[in-house]
Design a protein around this ligand. Structure first.
Ligand SMILES: NC(=O)c1ccc[n+]([C@@H]2O[C@H](COP(=O)([O-])OP(=O)(O)OC[C@H]3O[C@@H](n4cnc5c(N)ncnc54)[C@H](OP(=O)(O)O)[C@@H]3O)[C@@H](O)[C@H]2O)c1
Length: 305
């Protein structure tokens, strides 16, 4: 009896230990950085459009792009916060070509008009802002992006995409309020990668527009304070600074390596290292279904005149 209990207990402890070390391995970032800010080339003549640029990872991304002379547009919903970010970046970098454009990713009409007439997407906010808003914005900018070749598109996903629910995306439940916030977040981050894959397939084959997705790391930004995501304590222990959190995005947006190695539809983790996507994130049928679902949704909410 005692032996049995002891064995059971040790199996439990070993498996808990294994789970913990898996998690630690997932959270640990490499000590040697493949990419650093000083490797960002001169960006004179380049235009960067960054959503969420007033805060967190987006802010650092804008600051570093501005340091290298890019013309930076910060897109955000809050004019005051946006203007503060613009002034701060201008004074820190000396680059005066930093502008704020008002855009609420929750509102399709706002995305379409870059104005603030609110038509709610009518779909749960996480998926709406993280996926649908960015899908529409990218499609609306696509001709301009193609005209600016060589160009890059970087979509911020997350390691969380690996934990998406069975089936990947629960299309029938996207408005179901009983779905947990973390599950909605995971699905939206999976959608970011699937969208990037399908975008490459439909529009970017053979042209010099390179679209990739990124897990920035666990980064100490406002996002980690979200109560609804119930983030385990260990994430805080291993979190990296917003400066380090911006490195992988900046790698995808600016490193000459992306073109040299013809990186498309890849998924990168800190600090600019290519990594394997989850099985769902490689599922071509799921990517196609998501694309069609999103287009139908947008056509329904924003009928063509
Ligand atoms: N932090 C992490 O550990 C982590 C890990 C993996 C992936 N990511 C991904 O990295 C990206 C950036 O996250 P972060 O950590 O930098 O978060 P953050 O500091 O909370 O910044 C989020 C930004 O998005 C903007 N935003 C939110 N809702 C918006 C809307 N409806 N319209 C326009 N802008 C809106 C916010 O603007 P306001 O200031 O107006 O709210 C803010 O500038 C996200 O896609 C996140 O999923 C982050």
């Amino acid at each position: 009896m005692f032996t049995q209990l002891f064995t059971q207990l040790s199996i439990q402890l070993i498996s808990q230990k294994k789970k913990m070390s898996d998690l630690e391995a997932m959270l640990k970032v490499p000590e040697v950085k493949h990419f650093t800010f000083d490797k960002i080339p001169d960006l004179t003549g380049k235009v960067a459009v960054v959503t969420g640029g007033n805060n967190g990872i987006g802010y650092i991304t804008c600051r570093e792009l501005a340091k290298k002379n890019a013309h930076v547009f910060i897109l955000g919903r809050n004019v005051e916060k946006g203007q503060v970010a613009v002034e701060k970046i201008k004074s820190e970098t000396g680059n005066q070509k930093v502008e704020f454009l008002k855009l609420d990713l929750k509102s399709l009409k706002s995305v379409k008009e870059f104005s603030f007439v609110t038509i709610r997407i009518g779909i749960q906010e996480e998926f709406g802002v993280n996926h649908v808003g960015h899908f529409l914005l990218t499609k609306l900018l696509l001709e301009k992006i193609k005209a600016s070749q060589p160009a890059r598109i970087v979509n911020l996903s997350s390691h969380a995409h690996r934990f998406a629910t069975e089936g990947g995306i629960l299309f029938d439940k996207l408005n179901d309020p009983s779905q947990e916030a973390s599950s909605r977040y995971q699905q939206s981050k999976l959608a970011n990668i699937l969208f990037t894959n399908e975008l490459n397939k439909r529009y970017l084959k053979g042209i010099q527009v390179y679209a990739n997705s990124v897990h920035p790391g666990v980064v100490s930004t406002d996002m980690l304070n979200r109560n609804d995501l119930t983030i385990p304590d260990i994430f805080f222990e291993y979190s990296i600074s917003p400066d380090d959190g911006a490195i992988t995005t900046l790698y995808c947006a600016t490193s000459p390596e992306i073109e040299e190695k013809n990186y498309r539809s890849k998924y990168f983790e800190p600090f600019g290292n290519e990594s394997e996507k989850s099985t769902y994130a490689q599922d071509e049928n799921l990517a196609k279904r998501l694309w069609e679902y999103t287009e139908d949704l947008i056509n329904e909410k924003l009928p063509q005149k």
